[in-house]
Write a protein of this length. Structure first.
Length: 287
């Protein structure tokens, strides 16, 4: 009894911090989304759903949503495919493979800003990539100056970071697969591909759910890599919704409208994450 009483202050502190750093900012942002709040003005007025209705007539917002969804889908697919492939290749319990798994995880440890600076030095017109291509007689490309190539570059950099986390999760999931299942499948005459389909995939399904959902959530709020790598260019074509939200808030000083965009992004992220989680959980049950 005394032990439970001793933990009560810690529990109340956790609740207080949760309310202070999550619920209050969320409620404050929701309230501001119904106002015309501008820090350059002394007051603000209640405008109801005007900010939300304005979003339907904002072509830049719609463009950022399309770009964000494209990056989310591409990064999720690439990160999970390559993360699973690397986990399978590194699924050995020796010192060398443990070192390689550690090296694979390094991009996840680095700050997104640092990663973006590293890749910007590689992908600029006079960067390391074009210099290497020039050595073999291949003309360089404007990787960050072309709309299509800038989008591909952002997807590649974000995927490079996310693959690291996916590899670690899949590696942990593979370690939970009982070796007896593989032995039984071999006795039944199953080949490598059949063992992967009948044994590996069902056993690592929870890890796949974790990877897909966390990748979706992380990529939806993408900002730092874009800010450093392309600055939203060229011609605002690589602006994510999170990037545009901050521009509206701190460049245009439209706190009310930016709060409405934040609520939209939150609802979109939560809705898609919940739906994907529900579908993948049903898939786990079928497997």
């Amino acid at each position: 009894m005394s032990r439970r009483g001793g933990l009560a202050p810690i529990a109340w502190l956790a609740v207080l911090l949760y309310c202070l750093f999550l619920l209050y900012p969320l409620g404050r942002s929701l309230f501001l989304s119904f106002t015309d709040r501008n820090p350059l003005k002394t007051g603000s007025a209640f405008v109801g759903l005007a900010n939300y209705l304005d979003m339907f007539d904002d072509p830049r917002l719609l463009s950022t949503l399309r770009f964000t969804l494209l990056v989310v889908v591409a990064v999720t697919v690439v990160a999970n495919v390559f993360g699973l492939a690397f986990a399978l290749l590194l699924n050995r319990n020796t010192a060398n493979y443990r070192v390689m798994r550690t090296l694979v995880f390094i991009p996840q440890v680095l700050s997104g800003v640092i990663v973006a600076f590293i890749w910007r030095s590689i992908l600029t017109q006079n960067g390391l990539l074009n210099a290497a291509l020039a050595q073999i007689g291949v003309p360089g490309e404007s990787w960050l100056g072309s709309t299509d190539l800038a989008t591909v570059s952002i997807i590649a950099v974000v995927s490079w970071m996310t693959i690291a986390f996916a590899t670690v999760v899949y590696s942990a999931a593979l370690r939970t697969v009982p070796p007896e299942l593989y032995e039984a499948a071999r006795v039944d005459g199953a080949g490598a591909l059949e063992r992967f389909r009948a044994v590996t995939l069902p056993m690592i399904a929870p890890g796949m759910t974790i990877n897909v959902v966390l990748c979706l959530i992380t990529t939806f709020k993408l900002y730092d890599v874009i800010a450093v790598l392309t600055g939203g260019g060229p011609a605002n074509t690589t602006q994510s919704t999170a990037y545009y939200l901050l521009e509206v808030a701190f460049t245009q000083n439209l706190f009310g409208y930016s709060s409405a965009i934040a609520m939209l992004l939150l609802a979109l992220t939560a809705g898609i994450a919940y739906t994907v989680t529900f579908l993948l959980r049903k898939r786990e049950a079928r497997l």
